[in-house]
Design a protein around this ligand. Sequence first.
Ligand SMILES: Nc1ncnc2c1ncn2[C@@H]1O[C@H](COP(=O)(O)OP(=O)(O)OP(=O)(O)O)[C@@H](O)[C@H]1O
Length: 329
Amino acid sequence: MLSPANATAGIRAEPLVSLENVGVLRNGRWLVRGVEFSVSRGEIVTLIGPNGSGKSTSAKAAIGVLKPDEGRVERKTGLKVGYVPQKLSIDWTLPLTVRRLMTLTGPLPERDMQEALEAAGIAHMIGAEVQHLSGGEFQRALMARAIARKPDLLVLDEPVQGVDFSGEIALYDLIKSIRNLTGCGILLISHDLHVVMAETDTVICLNGHVCCRGTPEAVSRSPEYVRLFGSRAAQTLAVYSHHHDHTHLPDGRVRHADGTVTDHCYPEDGHHAHGAHEHAHAPHEHGHDHDHAHGDGHAHDHAHADHDQHAHDHAHEHAHSRSGEGRHA
Ligand SMILES: Nc1ncnc2c1ncn2[C@@H]1O[C@H](COP(=O)(O)OP(=O)(O)OP(=O)(O)O)[C@@H](O)[C@H]1O
């Protein structure tokens, strides 16, 4: 079967946006330097890196919100961008319906609004107050707002924040289906070093500069990634694929699709029928019904690696996310 990545390869020649040697200088400090990447139609590019490594800055430079102080950013003429920022300044004390949220930045034909809400799976919540939405529903509303104007490029800054585990998988599925449906390019910022979308074509690992790049699996194997985040981080870099029913946490416990955590897998969990070598498939080649797409073939060793400092950092970070649902708690 032709994967989406291959299917779009032919029209990748002309990027929607490309950054060449981009640097952003503020108060005498280079926030990022030497950033190079591009996003083409149908392509999913994920930026990862520690806090303050310049992910948001690079994304803002890509869409023109920030002007680079050196290097070049080229955008396709007439490029339409849908942007979901990391933080939204919403006055949570004032009532705001989903319908109103959709039109805050400008009028929108009713049909386009309905279509976008339907695509995001929250058409029935059009009259709901934004304050009452769950973390996942809120992210869906933001995504609906971003896709309503049919962008060529969708930029999502941490789209799974405040979302529990099964909600995260559902959001990644939604992002994938938006890409498949519309063929737009997607630039995703992930604050989770350990989990990237299986459909990501290219991971760009930032640390003030591009530390390494490639497929999720290549990045998890790269010496630069290991140097930056430690070998245990590389060992636990997991790749979500569509058919996950559970995931192995770095401390050895198992989290199931319904969010429950147990010490062991259930006997019916899919991967136990498979040999370890089957876990070495690239994300796009996944046909089996589990979630052990690790950097190399030693899935079980890696799945049960101990917590490292980064995992703790993320627990902390997610514990402070909007809904207070810590993914790594
Ligand atoms: N306008 C600004 N002026 C000065 N410094 C800034 C400005 N915007 C961002 N920074 C700094 O630039 C660095 C990169 O910030 P950026 O938000 O791009 O990082 P990030 O990788 O997205 O981080 P996080 O994971 O914490 O969201 C940080 O040290 C931040 O404090």
